[in-house]
Design a protein around this ligand. Structure first.
Ligand code: ZN
Length: 194
């Protein structure tokens, strides 16, 4: 099957349909954004229409495993849960971009890692060995799973301590060195790439 087919099946599939969470984007009550299953359906529709291009990439620079830039998703083949989690990460960036969300770079990355890890947790693979930022996202994803199991309606808010720890981890990570010169919640000019 083609990458396009596999990604569209992923975005419209049963595991994605379970994803729903909210996260804070600023200090004031009500300053929050949400990622839900329809966020990914919107990305699937954009791939279908050509508004978002999808390219298969067979090699990435060290430390990079997928990317979203300039309305183009570059992904490795998505044939195992780890690569699907990565696709969920990149498609989360694509959603924020096409929906023109005003969220900061740190929140964008944190939400993308949380969504990718949540995908693995929902697959029953939360204990899989994963790279650092996904590991840092595990407490966020596991907290959401607990909320789902408790029957929480709508999109539950992430655990705020776990969310802050994830943001701090991302800011310190070598791949996100470029974020360090900015204020944590600066929303100016972030292209939702990466
Ligand atoms: Zn990213």
């Amino acid at each position: 099957m083609s990458l396009r087919h596999d990604v569209l099946m992923l975005l419209r599939g049963p595991v994605i349909s379970a994803i729903r969470f909210r996260f804070p984007i600023g200090p004031l009550p009500g300053n929050e954004e949400a990622v839900v299953s329809t966020s990914y359906h919107r990305v699937a529709d954009a791939i279908d229409s050509g508004a978002v291009r999808l390219k298969e990439a067979t090699s990435f620079p060290p430390g990079i495993a997928g990317e979203y830039t300039s309305n183009t998703l570059r992904l490795s083949p998505v044939r195992d849960p780890a690569s699907r989690a990565l696709a969920v990460h990149e498609c989360t960036h694509a959603f924020f971009d096409i929906a023109r969300k005003r969220i900061s770079d740190q929140n964008d990355e944190a939400a993308a890692y949380a969504a990718g890890m949540l995908y693995l947790v929902l697959c029953g693979l939360g204990g899989s060995p994963v790279s650092g930022p996904y590991d840092a996202a595990r407490p966020v994803a596991e907290g959401l799973l607990q909320a789902y199991r408790a029957g929480t309606a709508g999109a539950p808010m992430v655990d705020l301590a776990a969310w802050q720890a994830l943001r701090t981890y991302i800011r310190a990570h070598p791949s996100y060195r470029h974020l360090r010169g900015r204020w944590p919640d600066d929303t100016r000019g972030y292209p939702h790439d990466g």
